[in-house]
Write a protein that binds this ligand. Structure first.
Ligand SMILES: C[S@@+](CC[C@H](N)C(=O)[O-])C[C@H]1O[C@@H](n2cnc3c(N)ncnc32)[C@H](O)[C@@H]1O
Length: 407
């Protein structure tokens, strides 16, 4: 009993500290979101063996379910991204809100913000997840305020909506027309959108036939399941010991991939860009720039024991050009503090792969690094002639994403 009281007091303290921290980080900006974070007992929606310090760590997501291969398929999202997405959704009392991907906690936050006049629907493709979420919501006093349903978001939520806001809490490669069709004009859609294997959580506002972005955040999410799933295609580069460097492509593997088969046995070279960055400054936008503007872009993972796994000063972003493969590297800046970006490369065409990467590092330096990009989403049946001239577009199954990076 004494322990329970101690834990409850400690949880209340940690809850207050978390709200203060998220305010200081700028993840919370409104009173409504702050009040929700201060009120909902986060720890009660976590697996029962979760340490209180973990439950209240602003960056911690807690896995609640894995698939048969051990891959995380459901989790309680980190507090910083929950707070940020609630802000991005611009929720107000009385709204009707859809959450895609259940867990209970985020739905409780939404219920606190929209209040008794509002309505919250939370859907998940997995009945284990909806059972758990519905049980926790019931137990913690939100049972009548949140409707939890089993549904695949790819097909929308039949018989529900329209919604003032939709918050998607699972990585989405595209936006399904039935789901978008349930968003009111001027409504907000917040979703982690995957663009050539790089994810950004984008806050969109619906402007009649298309969406225009209003905010942006960096976060990782478990992947979408069901009819909207879009697994990466993975190509293996074996070393002489049979260990692999894995190249993951979002949309198609370049045709010449077989030319890379023995490439790790070739001599590695490097090229430098002259573009530097100070220590501690984020360059997440460079990855997004590559995803948009570097044909042949891929993500890289190296098996333990490979030469690459042991190497320092590289990042898991690569590019393929015929019989050449290059990846992002850094070295101490020759002048001043910080590091210089470059490319390390393998193969007879490695020089071309490195040149393509260096060209985009320099283009990002000139045109991207100091401005936040704006996104649009244009469904297939919208008027694409209204996409502003000079805007880049990325095709998806149900429409196109546009990006403009000019200040
Ligand atoms: C990160 S978890 C949700 C976290 C939750 N919002 C919270 O409060 O902590 C993502 C969830 O999305 C669900 N999901 C995956 N694909 C889905 C789909 N096509 N439709 C609906 N839910 C889906 C997964 O089952 C998983 O439970």
């Amino acid at each position: 009993m004494a322990n329970t009281r101690f834990d409850a007091d400690r949880a209340a303290e940690l809850r207050a500290e978390l709200a203060d921290e998220l305010r200081a980080q700028g993840k919370i900006v409104t009173r409504a979101v702050e009040d929700a974070i201060r009120r909902v007992p986060r720890e009660r929606f976590m697996p029962s063996d979760t340490d209180l310090a973990v439950a209240y760590g602003s960056d911690n997501s807690v896995i609640t379910k894995r698939d048969e291969h051990g891959v995380a398929i459901s989790s309680v999202s980190a507090a910083y991204i929950q707070a940020r997405m609630l802000e991005q959704a611009e929720l107000r009392p009385g709204m009707t809100v859809l959450e895609v991907g259940s867990g209970g906690l985020n739905a409780a936050y939404i219920a606190e913000i929209v209040g008794p006049e509002g309505r919250v629907v939370s859907v998940d493709i997995d009945p284990d997840v909806t059972d758990r979420a519905a049980g926790l919501l019931e137990k913690n006093g939100y049972g009548t305020r949140v409707l939890v349903l089993v549904a695949d978001a790819e097909h929308g939520v039949p018989d529900e909506g329209p919604f003032d806001a939709i918050i998607v809490t699972v990585g989405a490669w595209d936006i399904a027309p039935p789901l978008l069709g349930q968003l009111r004009d001027n409504g907000t859609l917040v979703l982690p959108l995957i663009m050539n294997a790089v994810t950004r959580t984008i806050g969109f506002r619906r402007e009649v036939d298309h969406l225009a972005s209003t905010s942006l955040e960096v976060a990782g999410f478990v992947p979408m399941q069901g009819d909207g799933r879009h697994p990466d295609r993975v190509f293996l580069l074996p070393d002489s010991e049979g260990r692999n460097v894995r190249l993951s492509f979002d949309s198609g593997i370049p045709e010449e991939m077989s030319q890379l088969d023995a490439i790790l046995a070739t001599e590695r070279t490097e090229r430098w860009s002259g573009v530097t960055i100070k220590h501690g400054v984020s360059f997440a936008d460079l990855h997004l720039w590559f995803a948009w503007f570097l044909p042949g872009f891929c993500r890289i993972a190296a098996d333990e024991g490979t030469e690459l796994a042991a190497e320092r000063g590289w990042f898991p972003f690569g590019v393929v050009r015929r019989a050449g493969f290059a990846y992002l590297a850094v070295r101490p800046a020759l002048e001043g503090e910080g590091v210089e970006f470059g490319a390390r490369t393998y193969g007879p065409d490695g020089e071309q792969a490195a040149a393509a990467m260096i060209e985009q590092i320099q283009a990002w330096d000139r045109g991207g690094r100091h401005t936040e990009p704006k996104f649009g989403y244009w469904p297939a049946d919208s008027d694409h002639s209204r996409i502003p001239a000079g805007t880049a577009v990325m095709p998806k199954t149900h429409g196109v994403i546009s990006i403009s990076w000019s200040s």
